[in-house]
Design a protein around this ligand. Structure first.
Ligand SMILES: N[C@@H](CCC(=O)N[C@@H](CS)C(=O)NCC(=O)O)C(=O)O
Length: 211
């Protein structure tokens, strides 16, 4: 076995970024330790986490003496260091599909802010009810539906030939709209993605943290 891997996540298991890194490690079938960081208590700004994780955010991955934050940097690092076929692939092999997957990851992390604010991950993981969407969130939701519908044909179970980590990220964003208007095909896609064992493992952590 190689150097030990540790994933630092928020202690409530609500971070979509921590979930993405967790799913990536689980899909790769790598043994790793999960360490919760109490964001409400500001633990991310305290020692030893602050010195360990350069940007004081979760998730952070440590691999022996190397520590990395930013979830998509983490998933790309895992793909580089634990490549297919020895480990499950997180990204498509084809260069354009791979670029598209990275494009989607970057976009989901940088756009749609009103939707993320008005449908936080409590609505995804706890089913918490939200207020009606504002005009700005409606616009973000229309943009998300446009992009997802463009990339996913009818009855398409994944973005590309097989699963990739961008599927998990996209499904989470779509699930923010589960109490709103979401086309049936996108709802079915997001639901199917949620059934992946790696996602279900994260949901078990989420439920245990809430209990
Ligand atoms: N772009 C980052 C976002 C990470 C992020 O926003 N993490 C939040 C939790 S969801 C956090 O650490 N918040 C605490 C803080 O910034 O002090 C990624 O993909 O990892």
């Amino acid at each position: 076995m190689g150097a030990p891997l540790t994933l630092y996540v928020d202690s409530l298991f609500l971070s979509p970024y921590a979930m993405s890194a967790y799913v990536a490690l689980t899909e790769k079938q790598l043994p790793f330790e999960v360490r919760p960081i109490d964001l409400e208590a500001g633990e991310q700004r305290m020692q030893p986490y602050q010195s360990r994780a350069l940007t004081s955010r979760v998730p952070a991955l440590t691999h022996a003496d190397f520590c990395l934050t930013e979830s998509s940097a983490i998933t790309e690092y895992l793909e580089d260091v634990f490549p297919a076929p020895a480990h499950a692939a997180l990204y498509p092999r084809d260069a354009r599909q791979r670029a598209r997957a990275r494009q989607l990851q970057a976009w989901l992390r940088s756009d749609l802010a009103p939707l993320r604010q008005e449908r936080p991950t409590e609505t995804v993981f706890y089913g918490a009810a939200g207020l009606p969407l504002s005009d700005a969130a409606h616009a973000a939701s229309a943009k998300l539906i446009h992009v997802a519908s463009h990339l996913l044909g009818a009855n398409q179970a994944s973005l590309f030939d097989g699963w990739c980590i961008a599927d998990t990220d996209l499904a989470l964003m779509l699930r923010r709209l589960f109490q709103d208007d979401l086309p049936d095909a996108l709802r079915a896609y997001a639901e199917a993605q949620w059934q992946r064992p790696s996602v279900q493992k994260w949901l078990e952590h989420n439920a245990a943290a809430r209990a």
